[in-house]
Design a protein. Structure first.
Lengths: 332, 343
């Protein structure tokens, strides 16, 4: 299904290393998050994206700080990849006042406009109609800014997907619809809830290019993401990328994976994109094992620093319940 | 329904113009788009290629301001409001039109979960200064899916303001304020009053949101209302005057946040109050207002606070049923008389 875009772009060594670095930040951040939850230090529901690191890491490498993303509740990897600083991210996950949203949004609603993280929604499919608004603003501004809407395979069955793709196509909006197809919508297997074998086929119905991409292969992702972003910047309109991947940790933290077979999970884990890409970087001489270890160590220090910062931060005053409802504070 | 549109000809300061609420809205849109290049108008059929709106309210805007700022959309309310949310967060002031209020139901997620909450959930980083204009109201035999008053749903949602004007001057002034407001505003146009001409100052500027208007002064009872029911309350007040009862009519103009001070001042003065709205009475806005009056003024009240609203049913089609569904001036007058005779 994956038609190769013309002029297939390939990441150079520095780009590969940048993508890998973003992946490690995501993976280490995820591992540390789950550890904190296991220790009872965080009480939020957590939707791990372990296994899906390649997708936002590659796209974020190709995006500038001006480009924006609208993402979903399984979206912390999208934010980390986009460059959201970890201290306010962690403080928000912990519900603290120094969080990006003063502890008022939490892990499902992280927002950080400085790095282009404009919306994180807990409603399946809702990133897409809003992404169109940002993309329309780019046309009005006359800017080259692109908008990426992240969502899952389950969201391709909700009305928002279909309305948003239609409007984006009719208005030729500079938006990229990035579907992380991890094979399951919550606990429901893809084929039991989706009418087509490839979500990318749905692009045909909306008059835009659609590609099924190996979302665990940085080279395939890079070529398609590059083409989609270039197309959007050139004013040629939207693209749908269906990125095939797998979520290693199930739907939500504590998931027992009862709805999948042990074999399929083992098979997916054996093809951990982080492990494979690391080996490739070493085998092709892009980096040495020592360099990658050093990278990992420095990222772990960054994550630990963010955790320490978060737990030292206080909680917002209850007066915050009257603030940010409107621009003007609600009287006590 | 009439489809007369405003002539966007500027009048002399101090001059009074006769125009319908619809024409006043058109004038407000022209003025707002002229004054601020960030103002956008979009929705089904709003551009001139599609006739400038099915009612003609947006006629002339796309010709003057261009197809990128004034855009007709697919019939896809979720994507209309979604685009408004994104554009608003990106620094624009979108005025999205949802043709009829019942069609808002398919955009509820975008309004309730996103437009209304993103400022709060982002800790104040996101602002969503959008306006959703929508038309509704019984009286045209459009029945159960084209004429409901659902303002109570949105008044119940923290983070969105709900404006429901009753006069042409208010349609213009409140829309100008809604567009300038830094937060999302639902702007409800009532189909029975939108086409009734009234006086609008040629230089009518913004009228602040959240401020009620004394539509008629009185001393015996307060009729607290908004939108299409202002006319019915004024007619009831005429009827009551003939029976020696002086009714004060308070037009809230903004349903949320509502002008508590003005309502309490009036009820304090008269000692009697009825809240009247077109929406179904059951769990309607009248419950909130009546409770507040009773909480604040319990010992000063001469009678229980009453609520009048539509019965707990869908809006019916047959004229005889539709008339019975709507609160009529005679219903208001009878309820007011009973409260004035309350022992």
């Amino acid at each position: 299904m994956s038609q190769t875009p013309e002029n297939r772009a390939s990441p150079d060594a520095a780009t590969q290393l940048d993508i890998y670095r973003r992946m490690v930040r995501i993976e280490r951040n995820d591992e540390f998050t789950r550890t904190q939850i296991r220790r009872g230090r965080i009480t939020a529901p957590y939707y791990s994206a372990r296994g899906q690191e390649v997708i936002p890491s590659t796209l974020s490498n190709l995006m500038t700080d001006d480009d924006v993303i609208c993402t979903i509740y399984r979206g912390i990897h999208d934010m980390v990849a986009k460059g959201m600083p970890l201290r306010p991210l962690w403080a928000e996950i912990c519900g603290r006042v120094d969080g990006t949203c003063k502890g008022k949004g939490g892990p499902m609603h992280l927002t950080h406009p400085e790095t282009g993280v404009m919306v994180t929604t807990g409603i399946v499919g809702s990133s897409m109609p809003i992404a169109n608004g940002f993309a329309w603003a780019s046309l009005l501004d006359g800017s080259k800014r692109v908008t990426v809407a992240y969502f899952g395979d389950g969201a391709s069955n909700i009305g928002a997907f279909h309305e948003a793709l239609n409007l984006a196509s009719v208005w030729k909006l500079p938006v990229i619809f990035v579907c992380s197809n991890n094979g399951f919508a919550e606990h429901t297997r893809y084929e039991n809830a989706t009418s087509v074998d490839f979500i990318s086929k749905r692009a045909i119905g909306y008059g835009m290019p659609g590609y099924t991409v190996d979302g665990n292969d940085p080279f395939d992702m890079y070529a398609h993401a590059h083409a989609a972003i270039e197309r959007a910047r050139a004013g040629e309109g939207p693209t749908l990328l269906e990125c095939k991947t797998f979520r290693f940790m199930g739907h939500v933290f504590g998931d027992n994976d009862a709805y999948m077979t042990k074999e399929e999970k083992a098979e997916a884990l054996a093809k951990d994109p982080l492990v494979l890409f690391r080996q490739l970087l070493i085998d092709t001489g892009v980096a040495t094992e020592a360099q990658l270890e050093e990278m990992k160590t420095s990222i772990e220090a960054e994550v630990q620093d963010a955790i320490d910062f978060a737990f030292e931060s206080g909680y917002a005053s209850v007066d915050e319940l009257r603030r940010d409802v409107f621009a003007e504070e609600i009287p006590a | 329904m009439s489809t007369d549109t405003a002539e966007a000809t500027p009048g002399q300061a101090g001059e009074m113009l006769k125009m319908t609420g619809q024409a006043a809205i058109t004038a407000a849109l022209f003025q707002a788009m002229e004054e601020d290049s960030k103002v956008l108008v979009f929705g089904e059929d709003v551009a001139d290629r599609e006739g400038g709106g099915v009612m003609g309210t947006t006629r002339g805007l796309s010709t003057k301001f261009g197809d990128l700022r004034v855009r007709s959309t697919p019939i896809a309310e979720q994507s209309i409001v979604g685009a408004a949310v994104g554009a608003a967060m990106a620094g624009y002031k979108p005025v999205a039109e949802i043709m009829l209020m019942n069609f808002i139901t398919v955009a509820m997620d975008m309004i309730v979960n996103h437009a209304a909450k993103l400022r709060f959930m982002s800790g104040g980083q996101s602002t969503v200064p959008l306006v959703i204009r929508t038309l509704t109201g019984a009286g045209w035999q459009t029945a159960g899916q084209h004429s409901d008053h659902y303002e109570g749903w949105f008044a119940h949602t923290a983070g969105i303001k709900v404006v429901a004007p009753a006069t042409p001057a208010d349609y213009k002034g409140l829309l100008l304020s809604a567009i300038q407001d830094p937060d999302p505003v639902l702007f409800i146009e009532n189909s029975r009053t939108l086409f009734v001409p009234g006086d609008v100052a040629a230089d009518q500027g913004p009228i602040p949101l959240g401020k009620a208007r004394v539509a008629r002064e009185g001393t015996h009872i307060s009729l607290i209302t908004y939108s299409g029911m202002v006319a019915n309350c004024l007619a009831a007040a005429d009827e009551l005057a003939q029976q020696g009862i002086s009714a004060e009519v308070i037009d809230l103009r903004t349903v949320s946040p509502w002008d508590k001070d003005a309502v309490l001042a009036s009820a304090d003065k008269t000692g009697r109050a009825i809240v009247v709205h077109e929406a179904v009475r059951h769990f309607g806005p009248g419950g909130e207002i009546a409770s507040t009056i009773q909480e604040e003024l319990f010992r000063k009240l001469k009678a229980p606070v009453r609520r009048l609203g539509a019965p707990y049913s869908a809006v019916p089609f047959a004229k005889v049923l539709e008339d019975a569904f709507l609160v009529q001036p005679a219903d208001i007058a009878a309820a007011a008389k009973a409260l004035c005779e309350y022992d």
